[in-house]
Design a protein around this ligand. Structure first.
Ligand code: NAP
Ligand code: MG
Length: 462
């Protein structure tokens, strides 16, 4: 595939300082499809300088002017939908319909939402004898993962630009080609030079240099809790703003009065989508003891149907990690009712859609984020028990509640320690704040709450 051999820096593709490269691998057939430069601390420094130099001009651009450029960015992405979807399929392995509808369609909607929010947001308000201005935080260092390559970038860059911030992006090493396409779209949209800059590279090199750079005012990170907590510590020591979107172990709580067949079908689909590589996936299904066996049978049957259409995991490392979790679940006493740790195909990083039953709350597969197509089904005795189990992990990113009566589901959801809950299969809302309670993170993305992350306030008294 076509790839740039430089960094997008100060409005142009420029040669990287070092000669090292990163091979991009297609997870379906394990072939190298492209190489991109591995950025160094010097590349990051050049990018941060470009972003700093561009900051005063972009911050002073009227919100309507910023909105126009973000609208043009949305249009530039939409004009290249096929190419973006094909690139996500090539470097992540996402099946084409999913790459198109979710990996490409969703970020275009989110970019559009920030074109509107940039134009409509009240950047100035009157509070008693004060005028309060919402001003950009400054230079943003954005570090993104591979699981939703374009969405994770747009969910940071679009609100940052709407706020008047400038950005340096370090995308995941596994999916840099989508990031390069995004940079091309930014360029085509006429965003001024230096407002957005891209440095491809490795996390512990380029990512770390970006998080530590004193010219960065806010670090926005999405990825593992291990790396996120380190970035939070570095940012804290430097008194920098930080936003962390980390892992999850979300509960799908099926109350006794629920439509069981529907709750299980949607629940299994939620876990298998994107091969389970979704931070908000409902990886723990909680079922009342009276309907437990029925739910397990339905889930096993539903999971088996994904065997032929599920994509691979992103890398051999992730595949091995996920298989290790399945083995560990079985070793700790879970009952395998679909899939398993074996290799379903000769080539590619595939893992079978897997369902583990008789999972108890203290098992590893009930506590740790697996990040693969693995569903754990737990049994509860009554609602208090269900709540204890639902809230019984270090995470709190998302979840679901199903009940015959909506009010009953809402009452339960209000007691869950988590950032989002879908009621009886409620649809994804690209304007609703997304982010974690507890160790799932700090801060919110999407909509007006996502924009607020990139703003700071100044009060003038009269
Ligand atoms: P990760 O290492 O946390 O990667 C996320 C981003 O941080 C990537 O751009 C990565 O670069 C970068 N990074 C890595 N080490 C860094 C450092 N020391 N300083 C600054 N940046 C650094 O996650 P992963 O290894 O790709 O995946 C591991 C696990 O994380 C998954 O199994 C899953 O549980 C979790 N995860 C969660 C999400 C989510 O949406 N919450 C997304 C992805 C992964 P490289 O690409 O070069 O590593
Ligand atoms: Mg990594």
């Amino acid at each position: 595939m076509k790839a740039h051999d430089g960094m997008y820096l100060d409005g142009a593709w420029r040669p990287a300082v070092g000669k090292d490269t990163i091979a991009v691998v297609n997870p379906v057939d394990e072939q190298v499809i492209a190489e991109v430069p591995a950025g160094t601390a010097e590349d990051v420094d050049a990018a941060v300088r470009a972003a700093r130099a561009a900051l005063p001009g972009w911050a002073a651009t009227a919100p309507a002017g910023r909105a126009a450029r973000i609208a043009a960015l949305r249009d530039a992405l939409a004009a290249r939908e096929d190419e973006i979807a094909g690139t996500v399929t090539a470097e992540l392995g996402a099946p084409p319909p999913f790459a198109r509808a979710v990996h490409t369609g969703m970020p275009i909607v989110v970019a559009g939402s920030y074109a509107e929010l940039a134009a409509s947001h009240p950047f100035e308000e009157r509070v008693g004898n004060s005028t309060v201005y919402a001003e950009p935080v400054g230079v943003v260092g954005a570090i993104t993962p591979w699981n939703y390559p374009l969405h994770q970038i747009v969910a940071k860059v679009a609100p940052a630009l709407a706020a008047g911030c400038t950005v340096v992006l370090k995308p995941a090493e596994d999916t840099p080609l989508t990031a390069q396409l995004f940079a091309e779209a930014v360029h085509a949209a006429g965003v001024p030079a230096g407002v957005f800059n891209l440095v491809t590279g490795l996390g512990p090199v380029a990512g770390q240099a970006l998080a530590e750079h004193e010219g960065v005012d806010l670090v926005s990170f999405t990825g593992s809790t291990a790396v996120g907590s380190r970035i939070g510590a570095v940012a804290g020591a430097a008194v920098k703003r930080v936003a962390l979107e980390l892992g999850g172990k979300s509960a799908n709580v099926i109350l006794e009065s629920a439509d069981l067949a529907r709750a299980v079908a949607v629940g299994v689909a939620n876990v298998m989508g994107n091969s389970g590589q979704t931070c908000s996936a409902w990886t723990r299904m909680l079922v009342h003891t009276s309907r437990y066996d029925e739910a397990v049978a339905l889930a096993a049957e539903a999971a088996a149907k994904y065997a032929d259409r599920i994509g691979p995991l992103v890398s051999a490392r992730q595949r091995d990690r996920v298989r290790g979790y399945i083995e560990r679940g079985i070793a700790e006493g879970a009952r395998l009712v679909a899939g398993g740790p074996g290799a379903p195909r000769e080539h590619g990083y595939f893992v079978s859609p897997t369902v583990l039953a008789d999972v108890t709350p203290e098992m590893t597969v009930a506590q740790e984020e697996i990040f693969g197509p693995v569903l754990s089904i737990l049994r509860y005795e009554d609602e208090e028990d269900a709540l204890r189990i639902a809230n019984g992990t270090v995470y709190g990113l998302a979840g679901a509640v199903w009940a015959g009566d909506e009010a009953e589901a809402v009452a339960f959801a209000r007691r869950m320690e988590t950032g989002q809950v879908d009621i009886n299969g409620g649809r994804f809302n690209p304007l609703a704040p997304f982010g974690g309670y507890k160790r799932s993170g700090v801060g919110r993305e999407l909509g007006a709450h996502g924009l607020a992350e990139y703003l700071q306030t100044k009060s003038l008294q009269f």
